[in-house]
Write a protein that binds this ligand. Sequence first.
Ligand code: ZN
Length: 86
Amino acid sequence: MLKMGDKVEMHTCWEADYYKDKVWTCTSDEFTSLSGEQVVFLGGFRGYFATKFLKLHEHEFKGREYSKLLGRWVTYCNKCGLIKED
Ligand SMILES: [Zn+2]
């Protein structure tokens, strides 16, 4: 059951190829559409999306960059940009 605010990735659908490696944020909780499918709204995506083609995003902290803002080197998720706090 996806919840508003969850970070997800698409898989096994043509959109997954089109939006390769894009991380989406759910802007609603999962719900049942009129056609009976489990769906959820995604930020920046028009309409809702079938949850069977979504999986929860797992951070990949492979990025390494000097942050001028923080004044130190940081490790970040190379997919969604989240900074890992050491
Ligand atoms: Zn991430």
